[in-house]
Design a protein around this ligand. Structure first.
Ligand code: ZN
Length: 286
């Protein structure tokens, strides 16, 4: 078993080469030597099941595994109970599309703390998660993997500790560890191999070997300021980081088999391939 790599959304080069349809995406991604594709439902679920089935068949043909990113307006931390309630519906709708794609993993942002204090918001989230897990089971999506993401802005719920805590609630809750986000919310703390190893060790301790080894990963360089994340960069950046190389060493040393998606600004496929190349080099030296 090995780590797998792919882009989140289509690279600028895909469009520059004259492609316009997602139907062409999967062949394109596989020709670049990649095996994953994350489809964004971030701005809303505008694709229907029938179209998703067509894309899913095409992805299967080229050995590409599709994951989905649920809408950004999901907020299980909202002080408005209606909003938190609606978030369950958005996850269920995302599952429906994920199922049509033939995929397994749905990434989502837990929410942003409102006017309440953080621990109060967090207990509400756990209560909502109980309901979410119930709905997941009732609607027949129990086998799908739900991945709450570590977040980049300080006001967002999603520290390493919070995500680990939530993932303990069900066997099919796996973390989406966004190292660019962790780096952004901690003022650039991810530099050495030890920095990455500490995070992996924390997950090993909290959620065990299976979930840690098979975690979902977003890896991009991200600009940050006082409040955390500002914007996604490309691997061209030399200021903000994080660099992939130290994490690649940690992956190989710990025999991790994560799904790694690049969310670079426009160069997702190129940067995903860069990561895969670095990883393969280290594997060869082992
Ligand atoms: Zn995300």
């Amino acid at each position: 078993m090995f780590a797998k790599f792919g882009p989140s959304g289509n690279s600028q080069s895909f469009f520059d080469e004259g492609y316009t349809s997602t139907l062409d995406t999967f062949k394109w991604v596989s020709q670049r030597g990649l095996e994953l594709f994350e489809y964004s439902l971030g701005r809303g679920i505008t694709i229907g099941s029938a179209a998703a089935e067509v894309f899913g068949a095409e992805a299967a043909k080229y050995g590409i595994e599709i994951s989905v990113h649920a809408p950004y307006f999901i907020n299980f931390a909202s002080d408005d109970p209606m909003k938190a309630e609606k978030s369950i519906g958005y996850i269920m709708s995302s599952f429906k599309i994920l199922r049509a794609f033939g995929g397994k993993r749905c990434v989502f942002h837990v929410g942003t703390e409102g006017k309440r204090n953080r621990s109060e918001a967090f207990s509400d989230i756990k209560r909502m998660f109980d309901r979410l897990l119930e709905a997941k089971f009732e609607k027949g999506y129990d086998d799908l993997i739900l991945c709450p993401e570590t977040m980049g802005k300080l006001a967002q719920i999603g520290t390493v500790e919070e995500i680990a805590e939530l993932c303990k609630m069900d066997s099919n809750l796996y973390p989406c560890v966004d190292f660019g986000h962790i780096n952004a919310r901690t003022g650039g703390s991810l530099k050495t191999e030890e920095d990455f190893q500490r995070i992996i060790d924390k997950f090993f301790d909290e959620i065990g070997e299976k979930k840690t080894k098979n975690m979902h990963v977003h890896f991009s360089k991200i600009e940050f300021g006082d409040k955390g994340e500002k914007r996604h960069l490309t691997f061209e950046d030399t200021i903000f980081g994080p660099e992939f190389e130290p994490f690649a060493n940690v992956i190989v040393k710990n025999n991790l088999t994560p799904h790694i998606l690049s969310e670079s600004a426009g160069t997702q496929a190129e940067d995903a391939l860069y990561m895969k190349t670095v990883y393969n080099e280290i594997l060869k030296q082992k």
